[in-house]
Design a protein around this ligand. Structure first.
Ligand SMILES: C[S@@+](CC[C@H](N)C(=O)[O-])C[C@H]1O[C@@H](n2cnc3c(N)ncnc32)[C@H](O)[C@@H]1O
Length: 347
């Protein structure tokens, strides 16, 4: 039996839908274990504690690998402008500072994907961790501009406005209003638009895994068009599709197309993510490598150095990818210095 006395999460904060889900899960566990003495309420409490305290184990690109329960790390609260980061070396959880931490400062990490706008981060935190974040980044909520960049387009006649909300309180079916024509929808409309893009991306991935690369390219291009049609060009949805396209083009060796797609993502990463964010670091690494392969050595070097600056701090030198990047940068630096010493005739 799992004894987790830490950081009890009160069930009263849980969404009733989630609680119902845990009640069903508890019954399934009871059915599987065939233990009449199993206390169902206690089992539901354990699921509640797990959902609020478990950490997603992610790789260096923040891709999820699984979940783990780390009682010591469970004391750390969340901020969308964190001063620390939790990284994983295999199953080992390592806490790294992103800024100087003075005595008495609270150490804060991010529980969620930070490349979302405030409303979506609030949705994530309320949905998964049952609290409303009041960090300095979230206090920008009232700024409609922040929402527009990740909002659903209004297609009423010629409107082309965006669905936003002034309501800070969390609900699954939030009322959204077009910032131009005033038309009202619920966030269900937004979820269903995202569903269209997700289904195309799933098809693209399955084309890819069946080695049907040309079909995968055309499916991801359709997903990109749909995302541009439904959301803002700088939106998370467009960026997510372009990220997949960049990976696909790189895998099939079309580095020119990969670079074109990758370049479009740089301003969005820079707008959405803190300077010391590993996703931003990984983006610079990809961009640097693609610029380099395409013969743009100056830009390539520039982005690789920026990637190194971030990943060295967020992940340290224990990661093979960071080690390799630093070795390659040092070699390039030595070659450049040698060329400069030799002067123009040596180049
Ligand atoms: C992993 S626990 C963190 C430790 C917890 N604060 C405690 O004292 O046990 C996650 C829970 O802490 C609370 N929490 C974390 N960050 C928060 C924040 N920035 N504002 C309010 N509550 C927060 C939420 O209830 C969340 O579900």
């Amino acid at each position: 039996m799992l004894h987790l006395t830490y950081f009890w999460e009160d069930q009263s904060n849980m969404e009733s839908e989630k609680l119902a889900e845990y009640q069903i899960m508890a019954q399934i566990v009871n059915h599987m274990l065939q233990q009449p003495e199993l206390d169902l309420d206690e089992a539901v409490n354990i699921f509640c504690k797990l959902s609020c305290n478990a950490h997603a184990i992610v790789d260096i690109a923040m891709e999820p690998l699984g979940i783990g329960l780390y009682p010591v790390m469970s004391v750390i609260n969340h901020s969308c402008l964190p001063n620390a980061i939790l990284v994983f070396e295999g199953k080992l959880a390592v806490l790294r500072a992103l800024a100087p931490v003075e005595k008495g400062d609270e150490v804060l990490i991010s529980y969620i994907d930070l490349s979302r706008t405030t409303r979506h981060r609030q949705d994530d935190l309320n949905g998964k961790y049952h609290f409303t974040c009041t960090c300095p980044r979230c206090s920008k909520f009232a700024e409609i501009d922040d929402q527009i960049l990740d909002a659903l387009r209004c297609k009423e006649g010629e409107c082309n406005g965006f669905f936003v909300t002034k309501d800070r309180s969390y609900s699954r079916d939030q009322k959204l209003e077009c910032n131009k024509c005033g038309l009202v929808k619920t966030s269900e409309a937004e979820r269903s638009a995202k569903g269209i893009i997700d289904r195309l991306c799933d098809k693209g991935k399955s084309d890819f895994f069946s080695d049907n690369f040309q079909e995968a390219v055309s499916t991801f291009k359709r997903a990109e068009e749909a995302a541009l049609d439904l959301f803002h060009p700088s939106s998370f949805s467009v960026m997510m599709v372009r990220n997949l396209l960049t990976k696909l083009y790189t895998t099939i060796g079309d580095t020119r197309a990969a670079l074109e797609s990758c370049r479009l993502m740089t301003p969005v990463h820079e707008r959405l993510l803190q300077t010391l964010n590993p996703v931003r670091g990984m983006h610079y690494l990809t961009r640097g490598m693609l610029e380099w392969v395409e013969g743009n050595r100056g830009d390539g070097r520039n982005y690789l150095v920026r990637a190194g600056d971030i990943l060295l701090l967020t992940h340290g030198t224990n990661f093979p990818l960071v080690k390799e990047l630093l070795i390659n940068l040092a070699k390039d630096h030595a070659e450049l210095a040698k060329k400069q010493e030799e002067g123009p005739s040596g180049s």
